[in-house]
Design a protein around this ligand. Structure first.
Ligand SMILES: Nc1ncnc2c1ncn2[C@@H]1O[C@H](COP(=O)(O)OP(=O)(O)OP(=O)(O)O)[C@@H](O)[C@H]1O
Ligand SMILES: [Mg+2]
Ligand SMILES: [Zn+2]
Length: 351
């Protein structure tokens, strides 16, 4: 599995630029925070980075063991290796999705009072931290306030809103955000280079733009694409179910309902995926709002749709997205959305 094989092993290999820079600065500085909160959507590198950090502070060959000036883990010493195999006693990983209660947290807190056995720090990684119960959070609060010198907590979550403010304010928050297409592209490049895979950059860009901002998804798609020996943009678009998706917004701009409905019919007959289609359209429309308002420096063609039209279309597409669950025929929700859209903007009844 590419996504496991290419899980970053050093800070340098983290392709999420924003997170990479923040972590580097922290590891370069003299003092180390004792509680971190990693926030970001799925597959953005929270767990990977937590493990790298655990290795870095326990490595026997870097600045934390006064051997070199580098903060990177060497990935060769006994400590790095054993952390890599999840068999290092000073790194405790807990999945709060299944260990969320007061007892589990109390056990964990008890563990923090022990001194490290073979490393410099005991690192406690709590994944899916937002799942911890209220009692659990309360118990954790005190320890986070005055953690033992040799303990480092790393809480990782996809859902910041569900983590109590009192906890958030005691942690150093690092935003993993949603991986952007450029970061994702450099991860795909890293993999293709290593695996000697010959795929044009255009294809990699298409995969990057289509991975719901998850590095894991991007790596999985790349693996499937290689496996299926897909070589052309055409084949790839078909594989991703996004064939000619760019056209649809252009067709909608022309306010020609017949062509739009024919396009949808064709898309459906070619086995297109409507969930992906709607997600893509929403993404494009969202980008258009930013472009039109000069909020972002994304380059791209400006649509001729007005802001009002864009927001109406988005609203209808979100409804269509929800209706996908309940429709016997996949194309119907988008057809309804478009018909309503034309009805409203043209202000007249369609045949
Ligand atoms: N920043 C990154 N750079 C390169 N690859 C990454 C990065 N983040 C994630 N990946 C890839 O995605 C996979 C999943 O990453 P990881 O488990 O660290 O994500 P996560 O944020 O913990 O996701 P989740 O919230 O789903 O647990 C990794 O095995 C790796 O292949
Ligand atoms: Mg994770
Ligand atoms: Zn090491």
């Amino acid at each position: 599995m590419f996504y496991l094989k290419y899980r970053p092993q050093t800070i340098f290999e983290i392709d999420n630029l924003q997170a990479k820079e923040t972590i580097s600065k922290i590891l370069e500085s003299k003092t180390l925070p004792h509680a971190f909160l990693f926030v970001g959507s799925k597959g953005t590198g929270k767990t990977s980075t937590a493990r790298i950090l655990a290795k870095a502070v326990n490595c026997l060959n870097n600045k934390f063991s006064h051997k070199t000036s580098s903060y990177e883990p060497c990935n060769k010493c006994a400590n790095c290796k054993s952390i890599g195999l999840s068999s290092f006693t000073d790194v405790v990983e807990m999945d709060a999705a299944s260990n969320r209660g007061i007892e589990e947290i109390k056990n964990l807190i008890r563990e923090t009072s022990f001194l490290p056995m073979s490393g410099g720090y005991r690192v406690f990684i709590i994944d899916e931290a937002h799942m911890i119960t209220n009692e659990g959070f309360n118990a954790l609060l005190k320890t986070l306030e005055e953690p033992p010198n040799s303990a480092i907590f790393i809480l990782a979550t996809t859902n910041l809103e569900k983590v109590p403010k009192t906890i958030v304010s005691r942690c150093l928050k690092i935003n993993f955000g949603r991986a952007n297409a450029t970061d994702m592209f450099s991860m795909l490049k890293r993999i293709t280079k290593n695996e000697n895979i010959d795929l044009h950059d255009n294809l990699l860009k298409l995969i990057a733009g289509h991975s719901e901002n998850s590095f894991r998804d991007a790596a999985k798609i790349l693996e499937e694409v290689t496996f299926q020996k897909i070589k052309s943009v055409d084949e790839l678009e078909k594989f991703l179910g996004i064939r000619g998706r760019g056209d649809l917004i252009e067709i909608i701009e022309k306010k020609d309902v017949k062509t739009a409905l024919a396009w949808i019919n064709n898309f459906s007959e070619n086995g297109g995926d409507f969930k992906n289609l709607i997600e893509d359209m929403l993404n494009q429309l969202h980008r258009q709002i930013l472009i039109k308002n000069n909020i972002s420096d994304i380059e791209g063609k400006k649509t001729t749709l007005t802001l009002n039209e864009i927001s109406l279309l988005m609203k209808l597409l979100i409804e269509a997205y929800q209706n996908l669950k309940n429709t016997p025929i996949d194309s119907i929700p988008v057809e309804i959305a478009l018909t309503e859209f034309y009805n409203k903007v043209e202000g007249k009844k369609l045949i």
